[in-house]
Write a protein that binds this ligand. Sequence first.
Ligand code: ACM
Ligand code: ZN
Length: 542
Amino acid sequence: MINIIPKPAKSEERYGDFVIDNNTTIYAEDSLAFARDRFVDTVEAVCGYRLKVILSSETADISFIVDKKQPREGYIIDCTTEKIYVYASTKAGALYAIQSLRQLALADLIDEPESLSIHAVYIEDYPKYEWRGLMLDESRHFFGPEAVKSLLDMMAFHKLNVFHWHLTDNTGWRIEIKKYPRLTSVGSVRKGTQWKAWGQNNIEWVPYDGFYTQEEIKEIVAYAARLNIMIVPEIDVPAHFAAAIAAYPELGCFNKEIEPFVGHKGNNPGEYNIIACAGKDTTFQFIYDVIDEVSRLFPAPYFHIGGDEAPKEEWKKCPACQKVIAEQNLSDEEDLQAYMNNKIAVYLQRKGKRLVGWNEILKGKNLERSIIPQYWTHQPDNRVIEWMASGGNVIISKHQAFYFDMPYAQIPLNDTYNFTPEKYGMSKNKHTILGVEGAVWTEWIPTQLRLDFQMYPRLEALAEVAWTPENQKDYNEFLKRLDKFLPTLDKMGKIYCPMHMVHSNCFKKLFSPLKFTKRDAHFEFNRAMQYRRRKRVKKSKS
Ligand code: ACM
Ligand code: ZN
């Protein structure tokens, strides 16, 4: 069994092992020198010595060769007992070959080895999707630069390449905008945090804050680029906008003074969401100014504007919003949101960027064709299917498979792993799918431990959905590889959901998963931590 996650497109075991030690030499053609150096760094981090770089492919033990036939992020590893050839057409492909070699050598598992042994193998590998994403919500909870970099490392290890960064929401604005300093001085601070569950009103009244300076963002974006990860920022408009309105009340329809939310207080749209006024030129100026500053920090050709869960009550009552509807001949408030989306999409296009938004953005008519909906809703949305039929691109984050903040009892690991577009009515026009993305909303994720628990081993399943060809995927076979992979997560200090809890039957007798989410969002995690403690005590006694 070749133990790589995500499973390669094609692989074949050979006889014997290739051994990397202090005498191993390495060569790379110029355009792959970056990858060669990363390989040298990796071996040094594990074994403590630097491999000798030489200038001859023939005599080197490991050679990185440019092969233009390889797909953009693909690679070949041709490893015998004598030599390793890595073929790639780009730096990205070569970096992924290194991630595969790292897993084959168990480089993250062995304690200070003097050498690394790689079972001889031939691998031909390339991704299924070009968009292999993970979203982190840092508005509800803020994790900081070191946690984000560590997450980026883990994404690269799993060959994921898009980090979607949810930086603004009702509960906190987390990115410095120099033209609007109150966004962070006021908008990043809330008075407390709702902590128990969606349906519960338990608030811990301890002030909570945090944001990224532009300098920190630049450093993180550069860090990601070295790992072949593009960062797509999300600035959510028009809804999920309370933190911005708290800073600048004139951004709302009625200039109401509000504070950043302490959480999701109820289920009335008006209670859980606050919306920007679409009738004021100053709102658009604000959005354009923010886009200008954010775009300078993120070179990605995509920009996420959220656009989800936008309640229209205020727009219905607001004279300014109604005036735009009349002047522009729009039929209703949904069309007003489409009008807003289009204006922003055109503004972004001038910067060479495509607008991405959650699939609710398709509710209005006559949308710009460059817009990309991200399909998340639990309910089927025919507009997405129609969008695909007319040639529009989509990204898929279906709640039932990719909402990693949900309990495993509700979204079991097999539902993530066995995701296919067909299951959700997307059997036609699959070529329009840019890819898939896991979403980690952090209402109930206050700590790194909890974040890890929700993500692992879902990140491994996501990686195979995003990368591995459908005909190579098999859930039971994946579980066997995962079993061999988990010790590496242990060694890396990552918490993961114990395997007996990743399937939905675990808590069936206690109560339904939905009640679970509404009563105590920490129940499953607390049970898992108890289990881990018991296991540790048992181990230390034996
Ligand atoms: C979402 O979960 N509201 C995108
Ligand atoms: Zn308005």
